[in-house]
Write a protein that binds this ligand. Sequence first.
Ligand code: C5P
Length: 310
Amino acid sequence: MTGESSHPAQKPMAAEGGKLILPAFAKINLSLEVLGKRPDGYHEIMSVMQTVELHDELSFRPAKEIILRCNLPSLNDEDNLVFKAARLLARCADIRNGVEIELVKRIPVAGGLGGGSSDAACTLIVLNRLWHLDYPLEKLQDLSAELGSDVAFFLQGGAALAEGRGERLSPLPAFPTTWVVLLTPHISLPDKTRFLYSCLTPANHTDGSTTLALSLALREGQPIPSTLFRNTFEPILRKKYRLIEDLHSKLRLPGVEVIGLSGSGPTLYALCASKSVANTIYERLLNLPETTVFLTRTISREEIRAKMGH
Ligand code: C5P
């Protein structure tokens, strides 16, 4: 299976037949360190997150109630974060009318790429405008914490240092535009994120210094050594799943500067030296069994703002 994420540039807040059509971008974690377990059951993390151009597509049309349609039938229910985001905002603002939302999924579900969280953030941004609420970013950030730990990141995207359980953000200067190949192995784990966090022991905890060094290098515009792209979950997943270890070795190709794991996996990313290197690797790997392959690139906060029209 393959997926190309390069689409023609989207018009900001494109309106078609009374519908607003918006992209919800995926992310990769350039680093992810788990510092320890918190009394509330979550884990304290430090992560540098970066949006990529691969995206889902959401369309919005005014309606009498909140209605969601998704091209994946398994996501077509009230547990979908898009539905929860719309209902949360409507309840908070005492909105009586609704909205019809159509969600086209391209980002793999539970792949470690933040697709569901990004869809939720996109919903908050658009409904804030459609319902003329004018809530400031901080208010949307507070609300987003109820939906999931990394929803807040997607309200702005770009590159950011995430702390706390992932919701405390410090924007970072743009990561240089980089072409990326994503490999998502078809491994399904029910309640994946919760399960993988529950596998961690204190021996897996680190002090966040690698992530801080990565964010400092980004702030200062310094070259980033590949040793700073560290993910607590990577050694665990490579040991647990033969397929991930195999994919990791397949990515060790000339012109691949960094191989990393995104979130709690199972998606691996390869940061490539150039577009042509990425294209060659994409074409070489696109027929891998049990794996979806994407060719994409990093996308900055400013580019996202231009595409979203804010
Ligand atoms: O916040 P989100 O809904 O994405 O988290 C799913 C689950 O992952 C949480 O219920 C928790 O068990 C685990 N988690 C964690 N520490 C984090 C983020 C998530 O333990 N920082």
